[in-house]
Design a protein. Structure first.
Length: 199
């Protein structure tokens, strides 16, 4: 007997257009008043078109307002609670690992390096020898784009060292992406190779 539990996945999603079509085929009596539909989670078929012109957008009215940002006092209290919670967690980890020293403070360089490493892993770097690399080219593009946004939004607010690091990392990530995307597009343009012995 296997210890692995067996389960069955059942898709219970209903799509509005299919429901209406099914109702019109199965009922000959006049359709009842539509009930107020509860919001459902998961994907739903959208049959209405999105507004495209300014006039259509005006008909919809103003967008809902965002909640107000936290006050300076709320932010201060939240930061104090966060720091205290982080310190308790670090104390617990160090109690379990006495040889571990205090963790270094997180800096801008950590953020840049984290984005760079993520992009490289998404492009297949760090794959064990003999294994096929797993590439997430769209995820890599998003990560490289995030680095570009970071460079744009922090322009003029970084030290020289931070700016040099960010620009160098962004350059390297973009070059790796170009190389990989060129390889992918060249492979897709090559005709399929017929199996040996068939022509």
């Amino acid at each position: 007997m296997s210890d692995t539990p067996k389960f069955e996945v059942i898709d219970r999603r209903k799509y509005k257009a299919e429901d209406e079509e099914h109702e019109s085929k199965t009922t000959s009596a006049p359709a009842p008043e539509p009930m107020k539909e509860e919001p459902r989670g998961g994907p739903q078929l959208v049959t209405e078109s999105r507004p495209e012109t300014d006039a259509e957008l005006e008909e919809l009215g103003p967008e809902p307002e965002l909640p107000p940002p936290p006050t300076a006092e709320e932010s201060r209290q939240q930061k104090t609670a966060y720091d205290a919670s982080s310190q308790r967690l670090e104390d617990l980890v160090r109690a379990q690992n006495p040889g571990m020293g205090p963790q270094p403070a997180i800096t801008f360089d950590h953020l840049v390096n984290q984005l760079y490493v993520s992009a490289m892993i998404q492009m297949g770097a760090g794959t064990q020898e003999g294994q096929r690399p797993r590439v997430d080219i769209l995820g890599a593009k998003q990560t490289v784009d995030l680095m570009g946004i970071l460079a744009e939004k922090t322009r003029g607010n970084l030290t020289d060292a931070e700016d040099r690091t960010l620009q160098a990392v962004l350059y390297e990530a973009r070059m790796a992406f170009l190389e990989l995307s060129n390889m992918i597009s060249m492979q897709s343009m090559q005709p399929p190779v017929p199996p040996p012995g068939k022509r």
